[in-house]
Design a protein around this ligand. Structure first.
Ligand SMILES: [Zn+2]
Length: 247
């Protein structure tokens, strides 16, 4: 049996402390475990973001919180949503079948891992394992968008506008929305509205009343509305450069 002098014991205690300190420094989770207790850590570890994080019944109320959106969806935010949740592979199969039926631009497929809205049945399909609390808000806005607007505009314009209103609603409702959701098309639409207004974009998106948006852009430069829409089909970067050159 080994015996320790008091000096040895002190040295051992110091090194044990040092190990604990370095563990705390390199592992925030361990540090949190020590300071907040095991229960808090457990809840953080099991928390997983998903498109099913927001109860569908809450979404119409959320939509109504943004005055620009409420102007079109009403003070109650429209009727109850029909929502189905699926595994990732099941959702993808459903979406590919929908794409085939509607001849949707296949380049938009990459944006549909979290959910999509079937405009024939008005059912929102969500991935139970992906997305975030704002996904259902985004899909609900698609339901309220004018169908002619959807068919007339390129998917980049439609998705960018949908995400622009999604962020407004999520901000108003304090619903989490990842910065990774549609960042490029969102940026393009945000830049576009600096030449017009969110109100004009809303009239176009919800009612297909594009007059104001078009005339605001025509006032900057004749033909700009058409030029911008042609340019963004080819490249978002080029469409942004076109607008930036007119600032
Ligand atoms: Zn979308």
């Amino acid at each position: 049996m080994r015996t320790y002098s008091s000096r040895d014991r002190e040295r051992l205690a110091q090194s044990a402390l040092a190990v604990r300190r370095s563990a705390a420094a390199t592992h925030p989770l361990l540090q949190l475990q020590r300071t907040a207790g095991n229960r808090a850590v457990t809840s953080i570890v099991v928390q997983r973001k998903s498109a099913t994080d927001t109860a569908p019944a809450k979404v119409p109320g959320f939509l109504a919180l943004d005055p620009v959106v409420a102007n079109y969806v009403g003070k109650k935010g429209g009727g109850a949503l029909k929502v189905e949740t699926h595994s990732g592979p099941d959702l993808k199969a459903l979406f590919l079948a929908y794409v085939k039926k509607h001849d949707v631009d296949t380049r938009s497929q990459e944006t549909f891992v979290n959910g999509f809205t079937d405009l024939d049945t008005n059912v929102i399909h969500l991935n139970r394992d992906k997305g975030d609390a704002g996904t259902i808000v985004h899909e609900a806005l698609h339901l309220h968008s004018d169908r002619t607007w959807i068919s007339d505009q390129h998917w980049k314009v439609n998705e960018g506008a949908t995400e622009l209103f999604t962020r407004r609603v999520c901000d108003a409702a304090k619903v989490g929305r990842s910065d990774d959701a549609y960042p490029e098309v969102l940026g393009a639409l945000r830049l576009l509205v600096t030449f017009s207004s969110v109100e004009a974009l809303a009239a176009a998106y919800f009612k297909n009343e594009t007059k104001q948006l078009q005339s605001d852009l025509e006032a900057v430069r004749p033909g700009l509305w058409t030029d911008w829409r042609i340019t963004i089909i080819k490249s978002i970067k080029a469409a942004n450069a076109l607008l930036e050159s007119l600032k």
